[in-house]
Design a protein around this ligand. Structure first.
Ligand SMILES: NC(=O)C1=CN([C@@H]2O[C@H](COP(=O)(O)OP(=O)(O)OC[C@H]3O[C@@H](n4cnc5c(N)ncnc54)[C@H](OP(=O)(O)O)[C@@H]3O)[C@@H](O)[C@H]2O)C=CC1
Ligand SMILES: Nc1c(N[C@@H]2O[C@H](COP(=O)(O)O)[C@@H](O)[C@H]2O)[nH]c(=O)[nH]c1=O
Length: 381
């Protein structure tokens, strides 16, 4: 199921803290950085914070710039983004500024927390606060799916705190991290940290930007490590988007699809990429071209993911082995595709079925189907 684009935003001290232990919120950002945060808020459909941040900071989470609010309205968007919180306990203070400022509000909670939250917020019925349970436990995927499908959220800004950021990062659900590093120390071992201990996606994230904002440095990273098994992660979307871009590089053809493929190790290292008819080979397929660039003895293949804009082919006349076979022979156990092969050239090709029958995890992300089809429009009736 599609998710919103999830952007984690946080300001940290040089020693990695989100706040100090004092009663007041620690201002890590300076004026210029708070204005940058305001701009990101204005570009978002919803802003999420955990119930811990509501208790600690009593935030308003507004778009403060009148010009930015006017621009949102001119674009047909609500003046303020939807405000979202998560709470397991349902222990929410009805006097918190969160409820009394800005746009619409939603609470995601558990079956147990939903009753407590409804009770706590009973006096605020006129505000139409939406309380949604995801079941006995808080299920982050269910939260994101509900925000996307029911609330129409396409871009979600998450402003903390540490427990929320840690879970979204660990579960591979963050599409982007905005880290503002402030030139000061907290030095208190009990102060809240940005990220707690636990099992995070392996490997290194990809740096997409650094920028000085006053005396603060903004660092933007995107994830690279593929999801595991049947679960799609944020990095899967980045890699599949790249595969769709590679499809646009294919020499044109009236008799074959244009497809892009990338092979990525479990730690997010790109092993190889390819596209249809690349180099001097007029019939080579994208997955075939990419796999040919990797040593078959490379031990990373067993835990790698193949991203292909079109499902790997199941039969072909121009080569002895179809791409589904090549993937199995390479020992790859996970494939992510955007588009099922239509009957244009081969009737009932079912490369995905062939791979799944051999125990490979095959994921289809239909939100990329239009991008995968784009360079093939002339072939589709
Ligand atoms: N510098 C910065 O950029 C920012 C700093 N901060 C700081 O961070 C601190 C707050 O962080 P933290 O205490 O980690 O709080 P969070 O804002 O991460 O909220 C944690 C709360 O969210 C709910 N929650 C989160 N995940 C789950 C789950 N899986 N199941 C059930 N409930 C869940 C729980 O609510 P419940 O208790 O109701 O069950 C939990 O106590 C504050 O000191 C604040 O100043 C916050 C934001 C940004
Ligand atoms: N302290 C801190 C942040 N804290 C975030 O800002 C929220 C308060 O928002 P508002 O009440 O609208 O001003 C707070 O709850 C937390 O999410 N953010 C930053 O970019 N830099 C900072 O230094």
């Amino acid at each position: 199921m599609p998710h919103p684009y999830v952007l984690l935003s946080a300001a940290v001290s040089l020693d990695g803290f989100l706040d100090d232990t004092g009663p007041e919120r620690l201002l890590l950002s300076g004026a210029a950085d708070f204005d940058r945060v305001d701009e990101v808020r204005a570009s978002s459909d919803a802003i999420l914070v955990g119930a811990g941040t509501i208790r600690a900071d009593n935030p308003r989470l507004l778009v403060n710039s009148a010009e930015r609010r006017t621009a949102r309205v001119a674009e047909g968007r609500p003046e303020y983004p939807l405000k979202v919180t998560v709470s397991g306990s349902g222990d929410l203070d009805p006097a918190a500024q969160f409820w009394h400022t800005g746009g619409e509000k939603a609470v995601y909670t558990t079956d147990k927390g939903a009753g407590r939250a409804a009770e706590a917020l009973r006096g605020l019925d006129h505000l139409g606060i939406d309380i949604v349970s995801t079941g006995p436990e808080l299920d982050w995927r269910a939260v994101l799916e509900h925000l996307h499908d029911v609330r129409g959220v396409r871009r979600l800004m998450v402003e903390g705190g540490g427990r929320v950021h840690t879970q979204l990062m660990r579960e591979g659900l963050a599409d982007e991290l905005h880290l503002a590093v402030a030139p000061l120390f907290v030095g208190q071992p009990d102060a809240p940290r940005l990220f707690g201990p636990g099992a995070y996606p392996p490997g290194r994230m990809r740096l997409v930007e650094t920028r000085a904002v006053g005396d603060v440095v903004l660092i933007r990273y995107v994830p690279t490590a593929p999801g595991t098994g049947e679960l799609a992660g944020a990095a899967d979307r980045q890699w599949l988007a790249l595969a769709c871009e590679l499809a646009a590089l294919c020499p044109p053809s009236q008799t074959a699809f244009s497809v892009g493929a990338v092979v990525v190790a479990a730690d997010g290292t790109e092993l190889a990429r390819g596209h249809s008819r690349e180099g001097d080979d007029p019939v080579v397929h994208a997955e075939e071209a990419a796999l040919a660039k990797i040593d078959p003895a490379d031990p990373r293949l067993a835990s790698a993911t193949v991203y292909s804009s079109l499902e790997p082919c199941a039969r072909r006349a121009s080569r002895p082995a179809p791409c589904a076979r090549l993937i199995l022979d390479a020992g790859v156990r996970r494939v992510v595709t955007a588009w099922r092969e239509p009957d244009t050239f081969v009737a009932e090709a079912d490369g995905s079925g062939l791979l799944a029958a051999a125990g490979v995890h095959v994921l289809e992300l239909p939100e990329f189907e239009e991008r995968a089809k784009a360079p093939n429009r002339h072939l589709l009736g």
